[in-house]
Design a protein around this ligand. Sequence first.
Ligand code: ADP
Ligand code: ASP
Ligand code: MG
Length: 403
Amino acid sequence: MLIVQKFGGTSVGDLDRIQNVANRVSKCKKAGNDVVVVVSAMSGETNKLVGYAEHFSSTPSRADMDMLLSSGERVTASLLSIALNEMGHEAVAMTGRKAGIVTNMHHTKARIEVINPDAMKKEIKSGKIIVIAGFQGVNENGDVTTLGRGGSDLSAVAIAGALKADLCEIYTDVNGIYTTDPRIEPRAKKLDYISYDEMLELASLGAKVLQSRSVEMAKKLNVNLVTRSSFSDEEGTLITKEENIMEAPLVSGIALDRNQARISLVGVKDRPGIASDIFNKLATNDINIDMIIQTKAYDGSTSIDFTVPVSDIEDAKNIVDCFIKTGEIKSDSYNENICKVSVVGVGMKSHTGVAALAFSTMAKNNININMISTSEIKVSMIIDEKYAELAVRGLHASYELDK
Ligand code: ADP
Ligand code: ASP
Ligand code: MG
């Protein structure tokens, strides 16, 4: 079998853990498999590098940030390769560029355009274990790019797709995908299976156990994805097609996203095309908008409220300022002390009352709901951040996910 194994930050968090990873990889190789390893930076390393940059500037160039941030993964890839060679294996470390990962030009949030797997295939054919620095690629100018935070998951899935691997294993610090973050609700249950669509919702709604774009890619390329722990031999969670799952539960999980901020625009000129102007400007600057509410005021103007990731708030402010200068928006305000809790499940498609139960759970816990959005398989609510954990535990109990 050809297996891609990805090890996240905690799994390579110190030198002993890198040795532990080397032992796992070695075992897989000795069992007769071809092994391609993708690694993250040591845990905390990427944040540390971001902190270093912030010491000098609040607006560093994105190209410089990519040069800086991509270095963390090179450290772990080379150390793991050194450890494997020392154990008698033939291993080779590769940057994203060497692995043939070509991205678009969007520094810090680049999308993979193509993978040229020839260099990887050549090394695999000669029996080597390849260890690839995750989270990075190269654009057509030859500059290093990064794939957005948590992007090593995407590297692994894309590589598994390009190599037509039999399996892609994502090793992390929990035993698999749980009904909610087990660090918030210790009664959370590990799932044996979850569909791509549900996992995609959970991931894009804040369950950082997998980067959402990696799940999207796994679905598109039909990659068999397993999430499991690098610290135990327990079986993980298989992420697969909905039709492979015999009986889907009504609700499969609760997600929490603390990295949301709310932007409120007051006195927005009520004319055709204003929403298009504002949101197009935000989109061309790569700002991800989530919930949007528009209401009409008595004076004929409108108010628009929307949410963005906290990391995009400075960029969003600059764009809103342009509209304030031209007089099309009267004033703006920002609230970073919010969070989004979401209930996810494909069973919602065919059942009623799921949203009502979410709202009554908030009511029972005296939590005010600021914004609501729903889709076929999720209900999301924006609430004050101080109630985040209370809301997650309340919902987990209401939908009987601990049973
Ligand atoms: P890695 O460094 O291996 O990429 P991450 O920290 O990105 O790991 O993701 C693993 C973490 O995701 C877990 O430690 C857990 O706290 C969190 N998490 C959030 N939601 C879930 C969930 N539904 N199931 C499992 N883990 C979750
Ligand atoms: N090191 C990067 C991050 O912390 C990528 C990853 O770990 O997946 O975001
Ligand atoms: Mg991660």
